[in-house]
Design a protein around this ligand. Structure first.
Ligand SMILES: CC(=O)N[C@H]1[C@@H](OP(=O)(O)OP(=O)(O)OC[C@H]2O[C@@H](n3ccc(=O)[nH]c3=O)[C@H](O)[C@@H]2O)O[C@H](CO)[C@@H](O)[C@@H]1O[C@H](C)C(=O)N[C@@H](C)C(=O)N[C@H](CCC(=O)O)C(=O)O
Ligand SMILES: Nc1ncnc2c1ncn2[C@@H]1O[C@H](COP(=O)(O)OP(=O)(O)OP(=O)(O)O)[C@@H](O)[C@H]1O
Ligand SMILES: N[C@H](CCC[C@H](N)C(=O)O)C(=O)O
Ligand SMILES: [Mg+2]
Length: 494
């Protein structure tokens, strides 16, 4: 594609630059630039891409998009915001790949990964080739790719859509984080259905206030487009029990489908019955009732199931089909995942790393637990500090044995994070064991028959990030090893 043809998509009044080379690729990282690349300079938190423009030209860049004049021997096109331009150019360069895919975006504080897996499974069972983009991986058909972010930056995102389109994916589901919405990573992406799970405290390090956090989430709905501007109508699938839905209804021009348990909604769950083995409820939709029996545990998973059914129905799939898929799903890795190494107590690994998710999971466990409940809880470094004392309080409120330990300390000192947690539980009973492996061994070594251990915060993660280095660490593996060691020790002493 010629440079001018590509830049035309920005619809800027400024004239095209002199020189119109053929653009072979679009890059925002100077080290990936090759002969014929268009290099887009992004001013990041740690690096300013403008400072790397000359290096990019040395690597073969044929043209540059920047926010300021640069002294380089190739055409430079100035835009107000290169991140925004990057998203629009990426969409154009790859031929608007999301426009040919039925795309469902999911936003909300908790439940995005879980719900996206439920929706993907429903689409796949309905006979579609599917794609998925989210916290754990990107999936194109059956092939999985590693990811750095829950919602990738725009070039990676549009490249992924192009790959999906080339591979014949017709239905894709993606998590849309509030960071991504705020950074404009999804500009140029054509969603057919946008789903909202819930809004509770997280990411205040970035958004500062809950109002601004909610406003970032609302972008998914305000940018969704008009209900009838395309061949198939756009749908917003919203949680009627969450107060933020009121704002999303106000800002969207799409059709609306609501779901919920308490407030009146288009899709409702009634007669909910919870057990440690699974959940049953009656689904009420369009005046009809359907019995549902699923393996997912906890009331919060009823919300995830309703959101998934909403997305399916908005995509033209019959409720019966969606329900039969839901009933067959085993679970999502690291979400209420039980670890069974032959021990006589229960170990649950769960990705709860927000106050609301921790409370939901612990409430669920308390409903079924007959004996003691251990919780291992920690808080990520370089993330919302305000949630630390809240999570500690929740751990103490619901567990008989709260243990505070390290999550991913990132650049922070683990003890400082733990002290922030302790601020929320002055005078309460708890234990602090900074090393996560030691904490897991302590809980495994202390638990008696019938007790429950919840290892919260890291779920599917297979690393622990300390001072910029990701060390191998998997709660599930660590717990299994602790149980085996304990069993061996017991045998020896017998
Ligand atoms: C705060 C934040 O979102 N940062 C994102 C941002 O990093 P940054 O601003 O530090 O970028 P940078 O390293 O300074 O680089 C700036 C530019 O220079 C370029 N560069 C850089 C180095 C170099 O040698 N050459 C070069 O050309 C880079 O390609 C980039 O274009 O741009 C990077 C590339 O796009 C992102 O990976 C990175 O996400 C980091 C890893 C991150 O942790 N983000 C979190 C906060 C986040 O986005 N989380 C949400 C989900 C949260 C949730 O689900 O709960 C997410 O969607 O993942
Ligand atoms: N609908 C829900 N409401 C509240 N808590 C939930 C809900 N669904 C899942 N959870 C809890 O939140 C944790 C994270 O769930 P999930 O990974 O699906 O959320 P997410 O929104 O993708 O999170 P992240 O933003 O970190 O990617 C789960 O392990 C569970 O403890
Ligand atoms: N997507 C979330 C993941 C948090 C996972 C938790 N283990 C932590 O490190 O805080 C974030 O980047 O805030
Ligand atoms: Mg996720």
């Amino acid at each position: 594609m010629k440079l001018h043809e590509l830049l035309f998509h920005l619809h800027q009044p400024s004239p095209m630059p002199d020189g119109n080379p053929e653009i072979m690729s679009v890059e925002d990282n100077h080290s990936k630039v090759q002969a014929g690349s268009l290099f887009i300079c992004i001013k990041g938190l740690s690096v300013d891409g403008h400072d790397l423009a000359a290096e990019a030209v040395k690597n073969g860049a044929a043209a540059i998009v920047a926010q300021k004049e640069l002294d380089v021997p190739v055409p430079v096109y100035i835009v107000r915001d290169t991140s925004r331009a990057k998203a629009i150019l990426a969409d154009a360069f790859y031929g608007h790949p999301s426009h040919g895919i039925h795309l469902t975006g999911i936003t909300g504080t908790n439940g995005k990964t879980t719900t996206s897996h439920l929706i993907e499974r429903i689409f796949a069972d309905a006979g579609n080739k599917t794609g998925l983009i989210g916290t754990m991986y990107t999936k194109v058909g059956d092939k999985k790719y590693e990811v750095k972010n829950t919602t990738p930056e725009s070039l990676t995102l549009q490249r992924t859509f192009k790959l999906m389109a080339d591979e014949g994916v017709t239905h894709a589901v993606m998590e849309v984080s509030s960071h991504a919405l705020d950074y404009g990573r999804v500009h140029g992406t054509d969603f057919n259905v946008a789903v909202f799970t819930n809004l509770t405290q997280d990411h205040l390090d970035y958004h500062k206030t809950m109002d601004r956090y909610r406003q970032a989430k609302s972008l998914l709905f305000s940018q969704l487009g008009n209900a009838y501007s395309d061949a198939s109508p756009k749908f917003a699938v919203l949680n009627a029990d969450d107060p933020a839905t009121e704002e999303f209804i106000r800002v969207t021009a799409a059709l609306i489908l609501t779901y919920g348990i308490d407030e009146k909604a288009d899709i409702m769950a009634k007669n909910i019955s919870l057990s440690p083995q699974g959940t049953t409820f009656t689904l009420e939709i369009s005046g009809k009732n359907y019995p549902v029996s699923m393996k997912q545990v906890g009331k919060f998973n009823v919300y995830n199931a309703l959101a998934a059914i909403g997305a399916a129905v908005a995509s033209g799939i019959k409720p019966e089909l969606a329900i039969s898929s839901l009933e067959r799903i085993e679970g999502v890795a690291g979400r209420f995942e039980t670890v069974d190494a032959g021990q006589d107590f229960t170990i649950i690994v769960d990705y709860a790393h927000t106050p609301d998710s921790l409370e939901n999971v612990l409430k669920t466990i308390r409903e079924f637990a007959k004996k003691d409940v251990y919780v291992l809880a920690g808080c990520g470094g370089d993330r919302d500090k305000a949630k630390r004392p809240l999570m500690a309080r929740i751990a103490c409120d619901y567990a008989t044995h709260p243990v505070f330990t390290s999550d991913n300390p990132r650049s922070e000192v683990p003890d400082a994070i733990l002290r922030d947690m302790e601020e929320g539980v002055k005078g309460r009973y708890y234990k602090v064991i900074p090393d996560r492996k030691d904490a897991i061994e302590f809980a495994v070594g202390s638990a008696k028959a019938g007790d429950v251990i919840l290892i919260a915060g890291k779920g599917h993660e297979t690393y622990q990030e300390i001072k910029g280095v990701r060390y191998d660490f998997d709660d599930r593996v660590c717990a299994k090893e602790a149980v085996s060691r304990l069993a061996k020790g017991n045998k020896k002493s017998n």
